[in-house]
Design a binder for this molecule. Sequence first.
Ligand code: 17E
Ligand code: FE2
Length: 453
Amino acid sequence: MPWAFPFSLPIFLPKLPMSDAAIADPRPYDLLIRQARLFADPQLAAAPQTETLWDIGMRDGKIAEIEPHLPGPATQEIDAQGNLASPPLVESHIHLDSVLTAGQPRWNQSGTLFEGIEIWGDRKQSLTHEDVKARALQALQLQASQGVLHVRSHVDVSEPKLIALQALLEVRAQVSRWMDLQLVAFPQDGLYGASQNEALLEEALKLGADVVGGIPHYELTREDGVRSVHRLFDLAEQYDRPLDFHCDEIDDPQSRFLEVVAACALRRGMGDRTTASHTTAFGSYDNGYATKLMGLLRRARINFIANPLINITLQGRGDSYPKRRGVTRVKELWQAGLNVSLGHDCIQDPWYSLGSGNPLDVAHMAAHVCQMTGQAELEACYAMVTRNGAKTLGIQDYGIYRGGPANLVLLAAPGPREALCQRAIATTVITRGHCLSQTTLPQQHWSPPVQAF
Ligand code: 17E
Ligand code: FE2
């Protein structure tokens, strides 16, 4: 049961004719979506229901009714024309402080993580509050217009003035009416890479960072890496925050910090609040060790985030042929029933000069790199940019159900496979019952020649 949903939400049961709630509240709906296709499970399970189309009435930022036909009236109506109404897309891993800086001050020639960290080290010398805010807002708007309403961003806190963090705390407040943004205090240069970094990370937590970050594979020694994991779990307990590590993002099969993270999570009972991001070395471990590790992961039940767009390009740069794919064992983790989501990681920055901000691009790449092309596998890839991300981010009220938050995206596709295939346009994005973004489909005029020349 790879897509079992471990926390329960109210079950959406259509009622006919009209429900008590509709009779009890005679006010017009603020927004009424007509003729939408819905997932059979409000939390998004496998396939959408194919037969019935639904009207979704929204009032006061909540979903008031879901029925095959709602009489209205409504202040605003949108015809979904049989397309999919999906819970919002979830961006579970991005670096908003570095977005849209590709080529500044220079391009990444080797294409490696390490050259990226060096270039970012130079670029962050010239960070300003306004620079970070403007780029982050542009990226969030780009993502929201493509259906993303929940974002977890890492913020480099190994910069002595914490400029990026201060700016992103303001951005978090500024977007809070339409976007749910979490900030991870991420020590890019290592918790022990410079003497002030540990104190800076703690300061970031005091200032309001939501999540404790780490990068054990980049610490100066293996011992420092292990020590950093223990220290970060201590801080997470002290400040009551979840954890999200950049973990084993390297081709080195000897990089084994995932076992340290999983063991700490298991011993402290923090599995569902712990996330291992990237874990690309897991794709390089031999099967003997990987099998033993999988047993620990099943017990620890931590969350995983893969970033296939980035890691298919960053990793394997030292290989000739055969060349590794550099992505963690997504399919096997999913088959083991563990929670895996997918992140964009970068939008045009020192690590990746491409990036549209669309999670459907990420899921599309995962389907290829992880060879998840069967029907259920494609639906799983879709779940990895929606509800699995919501679980990692700890979002309690995720899904389209009566009484739930009026957050959804209409995609120009009838189901998840088609959405991935076409990277379907998000024609309407609704946040808290408000229509945040609408995109019209491109018009094509097709006119074959009437005679051969
Ligand atoms: N920093 C890091 O350590 N790894 C990454 N993939 C990015 C930033 C984007
Ligand atoms: Fe990352």
